[in-house]
Structures are given as C-alpha cells and as structure tokens.
Design a protein around this ligand. Structure first.
Ligand SMILES: [Fe+2]
Ligand SMILES: [Fe+2]
Length: 169
C-alpha cells in the first residue's frame, strides 16, 4: 500500500518535470525562431494538473475542511487550485506568444510554490490528524480518482529542439 504522501510526492515530481519540459520547449522555440504552435506538452500538463488537483480536493482537502484545526489550510489549498485552474483556462484561450509565455511563467511559479507548501505545511498538518491506516486508504483513493499518469519519457521534443535535431528531421 502507498500512502497519500508518497502518491502526491510522485505526482508533484511529474508536474515539475512537465513544467521544465515545457519551459525547455519555449526556450528552444525562442532560440530557433520557431513559431511555438505546438500545444501537446501543455495539453498533457494541463490535463494532469487538473486531474491531480481534483483528486486532491476530493481525497485530501475535503477531509482537512472537516477538521476544525485544518479547515483554513484546506481552504487555502482549494483557493490555490482555483487560481491554477483559472490560469490554465486563460492559457487555453490565448495564442502562443509573449502573453502566453507570461502566463506560463506565473503558472510555473504558482504551481511550484503550491507544491512546496503542500509538501511542507499541508503534509505536516495532515500527519497530525490522519492515522497511518487512513493515509494508506487515501493513497489508494488518490490513485483511483486521479487516473492514469502521463509518461515523461515519451516527451522529449523540447530537448531535441535545443540540440537542433528538429532541423534535420
Ligand atoms: Fe494541490
Ligand atoms: Fe498537489
């Protein structure tokens, strides 16, 4: 059995990897002067972050809202999820270019800060109120609710662009 903390940490690692992947892609497009019209990496990141956040709301934050000692930290996490969802929505409606890149920078900063806070403050508050058995149940619920993981290894376009292989393909 896997605890909710382990599931969340591995999800967070993947989100950070996809953010770096997309950042590399944006930088490569700048360097090569390529029109950044490709949306596949963003689509995958967006779908995964949405699935992760919804599952987290249901499995973790809903429980934190139920306890008087953690209600505020629960709301804080949910509000941050709303901010991220709103940024993702804006990015979907925006053409790739300077404004889109600016949205991406804010998204990356917001998500990284949110993840750091979850792994420090939220985890330690959760550890105070959930017994070990419950964190195992929550881990299974989180995996079931979040669904399939995207595979970072299949996505190397940004790196290959930086190494110029796009020019030869
Ligand atoms: Fe979250
Ligand atoms: Fe999270």
């Amino acid at each position: 059995m896997t605890s909710i903390y382990e599931v969340l940490e591995s999800d967070h690692k993947l989100i950070k990897q996809w953010l770096t992947e997309l950042e590399t892609e944006i930088a490569a497009a700048d360097v090569e002067g390529i029109e950044p019209t490709e949306t596949r990496t963003f689509d995958i990141l967006s779908r995964f972050v949405t699935a992760h956040s919804k599952a987290e709301d249901k499995v973790l934050y809903q429980r934190l809202l139920d306890s008087e000692t953690t209600v505020e930290v629960g709301y804080e996490g949910e509000i941050e999820h709303d901010i991220v969802a709103n940024l993702l929505l804006k990015m979907k409606k925006c053409d790739r270019g300077a404004q889109w890149n600016a949205y991406f920078k804010v998204l990356k900063e917001t998500l990284e800060q949110h993840i750091d806070e979850e792994e420090s403050t939220v985890f330690s508050r959760a550890e105070e109120i959930f017994p070990d058995e419950e964190t195992q149940i929550m881990g299974a619920e989180m995996e079931a609710s979040r669904g399939e993981l995207p595979d970072i290894e299949t996505r190397v376009r940004g790196a290959s662009l930086l190494h110029g292989s796009k020019l030869h393909s």
